[in-house]
Design a protein. Structure first.
Length: 330
């Protein structure tokens, strides 16, 4: 019956999409409208456009970085902080993270790994050299709202990059140090042996294009990298799968800044007509914290994190290294 209904409604999808995009925002956010949107997403959008890309930019999600900064503030002094970026693309996300953490916690000894299945993007990341005139997967810019950008917060770039005589942009040496870049498959069972235990694992916008079975195996594999008390940053994955697997693994969602993080990425709009778009937060769902959180803790520190027991310095970082974050509701 579901298949027959799906086939019967398919010719009307363009009309529904056209009408939906012209509805008032308040009407689109009602529970009835969300149910309609979820139906069309599940049946006509969810399994489309699953091509893996390497588009990314610097400081992509400021509230998410803010939360990770606060989490890391509790890391024991004298112990190295081990970070792995899974599907790191051209390195923008890992470089952004290291810039912030080293600005805020200069006492930290950060040991970072960036891995990706593409040798080309790993080479770009290793060089840390970016050009406005080349495609994003080769270290250039992406299009956001019709404009070519490295970041949506360009005022911070002068602290992350130097301009070369040729007019290109190069990551500063103090940010680049301590990083190992590798070509690797995140689904490889030997990944934990290759990288070793990690305190923080970042896996954003890499699992979504995968088929569900592969994405689940990959998620379980990267979570196995985390030490007790470790932190997973996870976004760009099917929400049903994320909720089910994170609960089954005993991870604890960190809900601080959840709403801000959920709406911060300008490429995650146009739900339900774009596969990677963020659906509106539904607090009435029993699993809403697992479904919409992007930061998860291995249980031993989850209670402290959700209680917001962060150091004053971490809590006030927007007044120090990242003043532009004030515009994003610090």
């Amino acid at each position: 019956m579901s298949t027959l209904l799906e086939l019967a409604l398919k010719p009307f999808v363009p009309f529904v999409r056209y009408t939906w995009r012209r509805l008032p925002t308040a009407l689109r956010q009602t529970r009835q409208a969300r149910r309609v949107g979820a139906f069309f997403y599940d049946h006509y959008v969810r399994d489309t456009d699953r091509n893996q890309t390497h588009y990314t930019w610097f400081l992509r999600n400021i509230p998410q970085l803010r939360l990770l900064n606060e989490v890391v503030s509790a890391h024991p002094r004298g112990q190295p902080l081990r970070i792995a970026s899974i599907g790191c693309s051209v390195g923008a996300e890992l470089y952004s993270t290291l810039w912030l953490l080293r600005r805020q916690h200069p006492w930290l000894q950060v040991v970072a790994h960036g891995i990706d299945v593409s040798a080309d993007v790993i080479e770009v990341a290793r060089k840390g050299l970016y050009r406005l005139r080349t495609p994003s997967p080769l270290g250039g810019t992406i299009e956001v709202n019709g404009a070519k950008v490295f970041t949506t917060v360009p005022n911070a770039l002068h602290d992350i990059m130097d301009v070369t005589p040729a007019g290109d942009f190069r990551i500063k040496d103090w940010i680049r140090e301590g990083i190992t870049w590798s070509v690797a498959d995140a689904t490889d069972p030997a990944l934990a042996t290759t990288l070793g235990p990690q305190d923080v694992v970042i896996a954003c916008n890499v699992l979504g294009p995968m088929e569900d079975a592969i994405a689940e195996a990959c998620l379980r594999n990267v979570v196995s990298l985390l030490v007790p008390g470790g932190t997973l940053v996870l976004d760009g994955i099917d929400l049903d799968l994320k909720s089910r697997v994170t609960q089954s693994l005993g991870l604890k969602p960190v809900t601080r800044y959840l709403e801000e993080i959920h709406t911060a990425d300008p490429t995650k709009g146009d739900w339900p007509w774009t596969r990677w778009a963020h659906e509106p937060i539904d607090h009435e769902r029993a699993d809403w914290e697992y479904r919409y959180a992007t930061v998860f803790a291995v249980p031993v520190v989850a209670r402290a994190l959700n209680a917001a027991t962060f150091t004053p310095r971490a809590r006030n970082f927007a007044d120090d290294a990242l003043p532009i974050a004030r515009r994003l509701r610090t």
